[in-house]
Design a protein around this ligand. Structure first.
Ligand SMILES: CC(C)(COP(=O)(O)OP(=O)(O)OC[C@H]1O[C@@H](n2cnc3c(N)ncnc32)[C@H](O)[C@@H]1OP(=O)(O)O)[C@@H](O)C(=O)NCCC(=O)NCCS
Length: 167
């Protein structure tokens, strides 16, 4: 069995040594994840090792996609008003653990969560905010597409996600 698992953020997790390699991402988990979760701003899920140490995390919240942001091909299939979405606001793996499919494990967990939501509320897409070209590359690798007017944001329609998980 893998030594890694993904659990809801809690005080029991050891955050001390976590280092995302990007100060803002390290700081978020250590300083802001708890309060943002308590305030309903973003729910954090943490990848932990067998010693309950944080190795990675992602944050999800609800969002909206504007019709104007969608590529023409998608526009043809949806109404002209804003569409419901789930946002992965942050996703990071400790820089010492990269390249072991842990980023993929976090993303798949987040997408599975979106499938669960899809069956309970209206949900059109998962959207992500990529902080730089490297992050964009990661999401493109998994099929995310760019919005036409927001270069750093990408989306994946629920149709594709549900098909991948339920086929
Ligand atoms: C992006 C990040 C999460 C990737 O984590 P990771 O654990 O090193 O990546 P994985 O090992 O899970 O990679 C899974 C697959 O994605 C690919 N991949 C990883 N990073 C990639 C990138 N930047 N561009 C393109 N493909 C990428 C891998 O090659 C691998 O492909 P394969 O299945 O064909 O072998 C990690 O580099 C990170 O935390 N970066 C800093 C924070 C960040 O940029 N977060 C993203 C949004 S805020």
């Amino acid at each position: 069995m893998s030594e890694f698992r993904i659990v809801p953020f809690s005080r029991a997790i050891d955050l001390q040594q976590f280092d995302a390699g990007v100060d803002a991402l390290t700081e978020y988990l250590k300083k802001y994840a708890r309060q943002n979760q308590d305030r309903g701003i973003g729910r954090t899920y943490v990848l932990t090792d067998s010693n309950n140490r944080a190795i990675g995390y992602y944050v999800v919240s609800m969002a909206e996609v504007s019709f104007a942001s969608l590529p023409d091909l998608v526009k043809k299939r949806v109404p002209r008003y804003p569409l419901p979405a789930m946002r992965i606001g942050r996703l990071a793996v400790d820089h010492r653990y990269r390249g072991q499919k842990l980023g993929e494990m976090l993303l798949v967990d987040a997408l599975q969560r979106s499938v669960n939501l899809f069956h309970q509320v209206g949900l059109f897409a998962v959207i992500v905010d990529a902080k730089d070209a490297v992050a964009e590359g990661f999401y493109e690798h998994f099929g995310f597409k760019h919005f036409v007017d927001r270069p750093a944001s990408l989306f994946l329609p629920m149709g594709s996600i549900v098909k991948a998980f339920e086929s």
